[in-house]
Write a protein that binds this ligand. Sequence first.
Ligand code: ADP
Ligand code: MG
Length: 455
Amino acid sequence: MVVRDAHTLWQAVLGELQLSVPKPSYDTWLLGTSGVSFAGGRLVVRAPNAFVSEMLESRMYSVVHRAVEKVAEHGVELRFQAGAEGASLDNGASPAQAPMSQRRNGSVNGRTPPRRAAPVNPKYTFDSFIVGKSNELAHAAAAAVSEWPGARYNPLFIYSGVGLGKTHLIHAIAGSLTAKGADPIYATTEDFTNQYVQSIREGKTETFRERYRSADALLLDDIQFIIGKDQTQEGFFHTFNALHLAGRQMVISSDRPAAALTLLEDRVSSRLAGGLVVDIQLPDYETRLAILRAKTERCKVQFPGDVLEFLAERTRSNIRELEGCLNRLVAYAELADTPISLDMVKSAAADILMPGRPSRVSDTAVLGAVSEYFEIDQEIILGRRRDKQTAKARQVAMYLLREEAGMTVTAIGRFLGGKDHSTVLHACQSIASKMEVDTILRQDVFNIRESLNSP
Ligand code: ADP
Ligand code: MG
């Protein structure tokens, strides 16, 4: 279908989505949306508020994007925008600028536009990074590396769970090096892989090597996605060696320690472990509060101190969720047209802290839903079978037991037939990070969540 205007394209996409998305979610998330602009291969879609736009971005992106490309019959970059001005916080995580959507830039007219590196988010700077006990070492190392690239800590390897600031720090290094006149390459491992594979296909590996080897520094985000991609590991290994020999700085991030990247070839993981390895832990209360203060400072809406303390107390997970929570609170206050107060936050706490999940679901409901969805008997999920599909179902169950039933990893291990708590923790982290790039997995988890949350 040849469509030129946003309205027609989006109407056709909505028609498509009506067939594939369950009606309650269609009505909640898609009904009030409209196509705003369609130019240069980019479609901008407006949602009625920041809350909806964030949900579309975080929970439904892949389904919607697939429908758009199906209707348009070629690659389209998709962006969501909140309708009400200022409904989202100015913190770099606003849906229109979320790093996730930058990484998912679709190709235009089926051809990937050449680019030197993935775009760096200008809001991810050292200035906007709040330092606390949990991240001070990583911060200090990142600052040192941008001060003396290639000199002291090379490679710098940063690891942490999701949403704790790895990408923020890497972008800050990129920005700081660029400001000094250096020419670093920032790439997600996904970009790196795609470019490498494309260069092989087009017989242009030499150009690929030249491009990477001529960089002043290489900043590679989320190296865990290289696992299982032998060809890319080969490309990475050679690029790494060339840059290392030339004394160029490398910074690499991962959601697990280098030693735990067991599926990497030994020579690759030992290279990674050979430099400075730093981790970022979950932020403590003081850091959470400082981050909340900083994020709300430039916001038009007033946040009383006791509200921030309440939120810092209640949101113990990662910083991305802390931001999501603030965004929802702003949207909520705007919809209800009331100023933000502790009473209001307390009465809306379930919605704000756990969107779309007013009450927790039971452990057996999660197990039942996972078993039904993957068509695998509950006993098998509880057992020890290790084939791919069973392992996936089991990991998804662990993830959802933590997210939806709010269970601790120890309790999950016990419930699932005596699994070790570290196995459960690893499964939860692995599912969370895989969902960022694996659209099928994201859709699976989305569908199971829907079935759990629909009455
Ligand atoms: P990761 O790459 O580890 O998954 P990100 O770097 O994407 O995490 O961080 C998630 C969000 O939290 C980003 O919006 C980032 O700006 C914010 N953030 C993380 N750590 C801090 C911090 N110490 N101070 C301020 N914002 C932070
Ligand atoms: Mg990241």
